[in-house]
Design a protein around this ligand. Structure first.
Ligand code: CTP
Length: 390
């Protein structure tokens, strides 16, 4: 743990992990011991505690602790610790543990909002995430004093849940399979600077890529304008427009066992794309955009799929006077011809950009419906893959 006031909350995290049967070793930085002393950590963990590489040298703790751990959780992670971790520093026992760890590393930052939002801190977070380190976003709420904002240590139950999810032994039921996933939202350009786009963040597609990778698949993720880090060990192809997405998906689908179209693809694109920037004309009160329907990638894929290939589509639905969400979804499953359709009910504060999702999965053969309650997108992703395998 780093030297932040939230170190006192780590005592509850330690107890929670111990109660679940885990053997926990505590490695505080020197600063962390200003907030909670070594005696507390030794009593709660049942192990001796040090911040230095010079204690128990004969046991080579700076290498042994990291190498033998199944999971490293740093809670709280200060701005200084994020910086040292991103630099690969090895100037105390904790940073040595981070460098030698052969297991997932989960960092739970806690600091003042200004420090968290500082460009240097954000760059360090991006660097660590790009190396596969899980950096949990801090919670928003009351900080040390009367101030509030982003920077609070998330609840210890949440830290434990996210951290332990990294070491779950997933069934390798997609080993030897190639899973192709599209994520994000396409852009249809009007001119070199303007486009028609949508709010899809790509989070659900990224979660699917991570879940498929963890279940042993070779994964290719086609990202349409995704600003988030992509999972390690996944091949990533970047595209912008629906046409680029279609070309990538069709060429990659040849070798794929499963294709998941999680991307939000524009249904219409401008008939003409101006090569030069469109200028406003003075006095003009209305502008008319002429759009043409785009090619439905999902429907085309389903119509031309290889034997044994599984095609998964996504749909966002609201019920209306013509039918319920489920009725519209059943009609879409039929119209698209895919094997599985994952349906989001639009609204309820979930969907675009959120970490959670709530879906209904329609399976064509044997015909069935699976309802999945509100859960993190990674959990939803695993249930979708269960349907694919079934
Ligand atoms: N899709 C596609 N190609 C398109 C449009 C959509 O492959 N040109 C895919 C999406 O990736 C998604 C599914 O089709 O898997 C969504 O279908 P769509 O008909 O676009 O759903 P909605 O946007 O909900 O459309 P509608 O307005 O018709 O309900």
């Amino acid at each position: 743990m780093g030297g932040g006031i939230a170190a006192y909350k780590s005592a509850s995290l330690l107890r929670l992990l111990k109660e679940q049967g885990h053997d926990v070793h505590v490695v505080p930085t020197r600063s962390a011991l200003h907030f909670v002393g070594a005696a507390t950590w030794e009593a709660l963990s049942g192990h001796s505690v040090s911040s230095e590489v010079w204690d128990d040298v004969a046991e080579v703790p700076h290498v042994r602790i990291g190498q033998s751990a199944d999971l490293v959780i740093v809670a709280p992670t200060t701005a200084d610790l994020l910086s040292r971790a991103a630099q690969g520093a090895a100037n105390d026992l904790l940073t040595n543990v981070l460098l030698t760890a052969q297991c997932p590393i989960v960092l739970a930052p806690a600091m003042h909002t200004e420090m968290w939002l500082n460009a240097a801190t954000q760059a360090n977070v991006a660097t660590l995430r790009s190396r596969g380190v899980v950096v949990i976003d801090p919670a928003v709420g009351r900080l040390t004093g009367a101030d509030t904002g982003a920077g609070r240590l998330p609840e210890v139950e949440q830290i434990a849940q996210i951290a332990l999810a990294q070491v779950v032994k997933h069934p390798q039921d997609l080993a030897g399979k190639h899973v192709l996933i599209s994520a994000g939202g396409t852009r249809e350009y009007l001119d070199p600077v303007r486009f028609l786009g949508n709010r899809s963040s790509g989070k659900q597609g990224i979660a699917l890529a991570q879940a498929a990778r963890d279940r042993g698949a070779k994964v290719t993720l086609v990202c349409a304008n995704v600003a988030l880090p992509t999972p390690h060990g996944v091949d990533v192809v970047q595209v912008e427009t629906g046409e680029q997405l279609r070309e990538s998906i069709f060429s990659l689908a040849q070798g794929a066992d499963v294709v998941v179209m999680a991307a939000a693809v524009a249904d219409f694109a401008p008939v003409t794309v101006s090569e030069t920037k469109l200028k406003k004309v003075s006095g003009q009160e209305e502008v008319t955009l002429v759009l043409r329907p785009t090619i439905d990638i999902l429907a085309q894929l389903s119509a031309s799929k290889k034997p044994g290939q599984v095609i998964v589509g996504f749909a966002a639905e609201t019920g209306d006077s013509n039918g319920s969400v489920l009725e519209h979804a059943q009609a879409k499953l039929k119209a698209k011809g895919c094997d599985v359709l994952v349906v989001n009910q639009v609204g309820n504060g979930i969907g675009f950009g959120t970490d959670d999702n709530e879906v209904t999965i329609l399976i064509r053969e044997p015909q069935s419906v699976v309802t999945v309650a509100r859960n993190p997108k990674l959990v939803i992703a695993h249930v979708v893959l269960d349907s694919v395998i079934a």
